[in-house]
Design a protein around this ligand. Structure first.
Ligand code: GLU
Length: 379
């Protein structure tokens, strides 16, 4: 197994590294842990000098700002948290910039919200930005745009953000740090005999259940626990990106590439998905849904056809042309998702109708498909 891990790691070109608040922020004195950022920058420079492309997803803005604003734990009020993030983000970026500059590496800040992934044109722009930065050997340093994000446009936590970014830039490896040495078969804080898993070939429900056993949750300054880390790792792995979970207090990123004893390695599924499909899987909040008849279920499943008006039995919620919608079968099971070529109001006029009738109702120029097969992902 370890040979396989080494082989996959040797072939890694693009890495997303996620570092959490607990590692980055000094919980006793408050503020950014400069000594750690110095070592992290050195480790990342080492990887970059060895030909890896690196994107850093950083937390710590709220944690770093808390001390300045006089909080000892993360405030519950959203606006207060956002004020902390606004203050702390500058300190964090200042520290990164200084440390990377000493190593002759330019750092750039990318602050994201979930909307940036949902909108196709923003998505494309953002992809180009990453592309240019990576090709010019600039390190993109990503965080959620906390000071403006409200719950509807929040990615969630930075574990999720890191797997979104990994999928988004088609990374080969997602490296997530925690305060344990990796994933154990029981809670290592309670059971001294708990064993560290070194290699996870497949993320089964049993593996997911270990998140509970790990017993790690958010802390006074951090957000995600083992569950959110494993969910993010699963999302990455399912899209063909391998993942590593390791101890941010003990191991630096480049050390994972040099010794197989560190952390838990999760092998990515072989299947890599295309960019269009990747985007569709991203857009996490469909705006509405259509219920389709059995004939359409069969056509979608067996022939991977486009979805036509004739197969639509019901239209749910209001959505606009170009929105992401879900396709449900008659029992309400999720079958697929895709981009609707019709607004819900127009679709209601033509549901269940054959193409010729559709054209009589809406005119010749109207699209034949409700969802074109290229814009459709089956579950
Ligand atoms: N974006 C938050 C911050 O910078 C962290 C969220 C998280 O740790 O999941 O403080």
């Amino acid at each position: 197994m370890s040979e396989l891990r080494q082989k996959i790691l040797d072939e890694v070109k693009r890495v997303v590294i996620k570092v959490g608040s607990r590692v980055l922020v000094d919980s006793d004195r408050g503020g950014v842990r400069l000594d750690y950022i110095r070592r992290l920058a050195g480790s990342i420079a080492h990887l970059m000098n060895n030909g890896k492309e690196v994107v850093l997803v950083t937390s710590g803005a709220v944690g770093a700002g808390m001390a300045v604003l006089g909080y000892t734990k993360k405030p519950a009020v959203m606006a207060e948290k956002q004020a902390c993030a606004a203050v702390g983000q500058i300190d964090l970026m200042h520290a990164y910039r200084e440390e990377f500059r000493k190593l002759n590496i330019a750092a750039g800040q990318i602050l994201l919200s979930a909307d940036d992934f949902r909108d196709r044109s923003r998505y494309k722009n953002l992809q180009n930005t990453f592309q240019v930065m990576l090709s010019k050997k600039i390190i993109p340093i990503v965080n959620e745009n906390d000071s403006v994000a409200v719950s509807e446009i929040k990615v969630g936590d930075n574990d999720k953000l890191s797997s979104d970014v990994a999928l988004f830039i088609d990374a080969d490896l997602l490296l997530i740090f925690t305060d344990e040495d990796g994933l154990y078969d029981d809670n290592p804080k309670k059971n001294p005999n708990a064993r560290l898993l070194h290699f996870v070939p497949k993320i089964t429900p049993e593996i997911m259940a270990l998140a509970g056993a790990a017993g790690e949750t958010g802390s006074a300054i951090s957000t995600g626990g083992m569950k959110s880390k494993l969910e993010s790792i699963r999302a990455a792995v399912n899209s063909g990106c391998s993942a590593l979970l390791g101890n941010g207090f003990k191991v630096l990123p480049h050390e994972f590439f040099e010794s197989e004893t560190h952390g838990t390695f999760f092998a990515g599924n072989a299947k890599k998905i295309g960019s269009r499909h990747r985007w569709l899987s991203f857009v996490s909040t469909p705006r509405g849904a259509v219920v389709v008849d059995d004939g359409a279920v069969k056509a979608l499943r067996e022939k991977h056809s486009s979805l036509l008006p004739v197969g639509i039995a019901d239209v749910r919620k209001n959505f606009a042309r170009g929105d992401l919608i879900e396709v449900l079968d008659a029992s309400g099971n999720r079958l697929a998702r895709g981009i609707s070529q019709y607004a819900s109001s127009r679709l209601s006029l033509i549901q269940g109708k054959k193409t010729a009738e559709v054209r009589t109702i809406l005119g010749k120029e109207t699209p034949e498909e409700v969802i074109h097969k290229n814009d459709l992902v089956l579950f």
